[in-house]
Design a protein around this ligand. Structure first.
Ligand SMILES: Cc1cc2nc3c(=O)[nH]c(=O)nc-3n(C[C@H](O)[C@H](O)[C@H](O)COP(=O)(O)OP(=O)(O)OC[C@H]3O[C@@H](n4cnc5c(N)ncnc54)[C@H](O)[C@@H]3O)c2cc1C
Length: 504
């Protein structure tokens, strides 16, 4: 239960992203009167939807991990998740294509993936299993003390037993650890890729991030029947069933304080009184633009402003009148030179000439997502966060052409001629639409040893009745972590053993 909520009867949530909706549900369950104010005309935040001429796309997340967290949220609220969502385990989780023609399917089943690896990297078949064992060990050591812990104070960071400090592999990079473990350049590139799941570079991020493969390759990756936007719709339905009010097209311009406590928020045309505000807006936006200047110490403002954001993304949604036999649900076309690609993104802050291209093709699993005989290709390329030097008007068209040319040359022959619907989302759009710091899609990057531990906390240390949730706060980006942030803010314990689905 949440004792402090007894004082907070009247709650305003800024933003209807996953975490904002989740926090609204948890607080409504505890008897609060909750209103969500969302600047856009749809709910869901980065988890959103685009439909045109018979094609349907999830515009943000396409892979769900740790579905047990959603299950726990619904359970807490007294609802049966099976009445809202159907989780579909993906097999394979993803198909990988390399520039030398090697192609393989990755399953959440070690022997099955090893059978694939035996074709192109027989020397690393055993190393695959031992790396996933190491990844699981990292998860076992770090999850309870970091992920599932609200880390309210800096002292909490020191709860890791001294004997485990070296086991979390924070003193070398993902790249160094992966290179040491594998001989095959294919597996090296495969395992480095997971650092991008929180918007970081494998050449800079600590090897602790090697925890991520455990989540996808051991615990499994899921699709939600009908598309991932169903998650946003389910959270909305759950919230509304508990009396939460949602106002879209309502941008909060200011969080109002009185005597260092929040007393309400101001939109363009109204003032909303609140005795608790949950900010699901990007923490950078909350601290630097929504709160009055004096509410945050200058050193904290500086730290928030200078911490490196995660990467952004460049999205091209193509509705085609063709099916692509070589594609499954999730697909990755790797670049030739991964190091150069990350150097472009994080150091030069330009779009890479030779990008790794991710394609979610949900029409593979849900034929209703495209016109008959067609496909809905959601194409995502990692992109730098926004800087003054980028000219997106110029980059956009050039990059669409580059990606389509590349995909045609990698086997999607006739792609350009098959396009019926085309829509893009650039880093500039991510900034304008969601107010995410410099268009980043996962909050701050984890490109230094401590960055992951220093994300903004889920309760403001400066304003007692301001809580922060979402991918830009502790513990990080992605749907599962955004959900965890809502539990942390509300001080509700998560059962860390139930992140995969359990029978109800
Ligand atoms: C292209 C892409 C691919 C991704 N792929 C995956 C994936 O496969 N799996 C995965 O788990 N995650 C993925 N993610 C990350 C995931 O989408 C996010 O981490 C998660 O959705 C963030 O949720 P959030 O609660 O932080 O809210 P956000 O989505 O950031 O939403 C915040 C909301 O607040 C609103 N808001 C902001 N300021 C104001 C204001 N002043 N007033 C009112 N409203 C405001 C915004 O409009 C927005 O709706 C992806 C993201 C992107 C963009």
């Amino acid at each position: 239960m949440v004792p402090p909520n007894q004082k907070h009867r009247n709650v305003v949530v800024i933003g209807a992203g996953v975490a904002g909706l989740a926090a609204a549900c948890l607080l409504a369950k505890d008897g609060c009167k909750v209103t969500i104010l969302e600047k856009n005309d749809t709910i869901g935040g980065k988890l959103n939807i685009y439909k045109k001429e018979g094609f349907r796309f999830d515009t943000g997340p396409s892979l769900l991990t740790m579905p047990g967290l959603l299950q726990q949220l619904f359970e807490y609220c007294g609802a049966d998740i099976n009445e809202f969502l159907e989780f579909v385990p993906l097999s394979p989780v993803c198909r990988y294509f390399y520039t030398d023609g090697v192609q393989f399917d990755a399953f959440d089943d070690i022997p099955k993936t090893q059978a694939e690896i035996a074709r192109f990297a027989p020397e690393d078949v055993e190393a695959y299993a031992s790396f996933l064992a190491y990844s699981k060990q990292l998860y076992d050591i770090t999850s309870d003390v970091f992920l599932f812990h609200p880390l309210r104070s800096y002292r909490d960071l020191f709860q890791l037993p001294i004997t485990d400090v070296f086991k979390i592999d924070a003193f070398r990079t993902v790249n160094e650890r992966v290179n040491k473990h594998f001989k095959s350049s294919h597996l090296r590139q495969f395992f480095k890729r997971f650092a991008t799941y929180n918007g970081s570079s494998p050449y800079k991020a600590p090897a602790t991030l090697n925890v991520i493969p455990h989540v996808e390759m051991n615990q499994g990756g899921f699709y939600v029947k009908g598309g991932l936007y169903k998650i946003a719709e389910a959270l909305l339905a759950l919230a509304q069933s508990m009396g939460v009010k949602i106002k879209t097209d309502t941008e909060v311009r200011r969080i109002d304080l009185h005597d260092d406590l929040v007393e309400g928020v101001t939109t363009l045309d109204r003032y909303y009184m609140a005795d608790l505000v949950i900010a699901n807006a990007d923490a950078h936006e909350t601290y630097l633009n929504l709160l009055p200047h004096h509410a945050t110490p200058p050193s904290k403002r500086r730290q928030i402003d200078t911490t490196e954001p995660s990467c952004s993304g460049f999205v091209i949604m193509l509705g085609t009148n063709k099916k692509w036999e070589q594609l499954v649900h999730h697909n990755i076309y790797f670049s030739d030179d991964y190091k150069r690609e990350f150097n472009d993104i994080f150091s030069r802050k330009t779009m890479p000439d030779d990008p790794t291209i991710y394609i979610a093709n949900t029409s593979f699993s849900d034929s209703s997502h495209a016109i008959e005989g067609g496909s809905n290709l959601f194409i995502l390329v990692n992109a730098p966060y926004l800087t003054d030097k980028q000219n997106w008007d110029e980059i956009e068209d050039r990059f669409i052409k580059l990606v389509i040319d590349k995909l045609e040359s990698r086997g999607l022959k006739g792609l350009r001629d098959s396009i019926k619907v085309k829509e893009t989302i650039t880093p500039r759009d991510f900034y304008q639409k969601y107010k995410s710091n410099r268009g980043s899609i996962y909050g701050t990057s984890s490109n230094s040893k401590l960055a992951a531990f220093l994300r903004p906390r889920n309760r403001s240390p400066y304003v007692e009745n301001l809580w922060l949730v979402g991918g830009s706060t502790h513990p990080g980006g992605g749907i599962p972590l955004a959900l965890i942030s809502a539990f942390h803010a509300c001080d509700i314990k998560i059962d860390s053993r139930r992140v995969t689905l359990s029978p109800q």
